[in-house]
Design a protein around this ligand. Sequence first.
Ligand code: ZN
Length: 247
Amino acid sequence: MSLPLRSLLAVLMVSLSACAPFQVQTILPVRVAASPNFDQRKPNYVILHHTTDNTSEKALHTLTSPERQVSAHYLISRDGSIFQLVEESARAWHAGQSWWGGQTDMNSASIGIELDNNGDEPYADAQINTLLALLTDLRRRYNIPAANFIGHADVAPLRKADPGILFPWQRLAAHGFGLWCDAPLPAAPKDFDLPLALTALGYDPNTLQASRRAFRLHYVRGNLESFEDTEKAMAYCLLQKKILLPQ
Ligand SMILES: [Zn+2]
């Protein structure tokens, strides 16, 4: 192709793309009738993780290596410093195969936050303080309901256990992030159906045993061999909170 012809084509392509209000994705022959009435899609969940690493440097390396194919929007260090790795409007790769309340692509619907923690250590105060500040900021901008601040284990109970049994869910809930009920809990009704209640809370009914394990990990802390009555009372209380809390 001659040079003038090539530059003419390039100019034509640029002016054509400048005319198109947006890129059409479907292969169907649509006619574009662009509307000005839209804004960016917003995340409506926050999923919390721990890195299982001993240093932020190691975690950063994993979360930014192309071959690892994992990321999160934010990483919070033990000292409370914070890294942003992916733009909030983009889909970070943190939840993997997941299920919550019937949704199967939690990466598309959520902000992912990694907390640098090896899984066997208490979470540092400075780290949780930064997390609370970040969650407050996210809730202000996206209006995320309290019930939608959840853990990786909740949405992927067959594969994951993070952010783990040492994560201070109760402290978060005191600030309006996630559901919680304090003991002593009133007993659930006699015919209370625990599997159905877990499904109503969001857990995957197709992986019932694992979902129940994740529920205990999150809400029946340090009491993993608890009696079914304790779990039922907790689920009963949580469901009422989920329904009654302002959305
Ligand atoms: Zn995770």
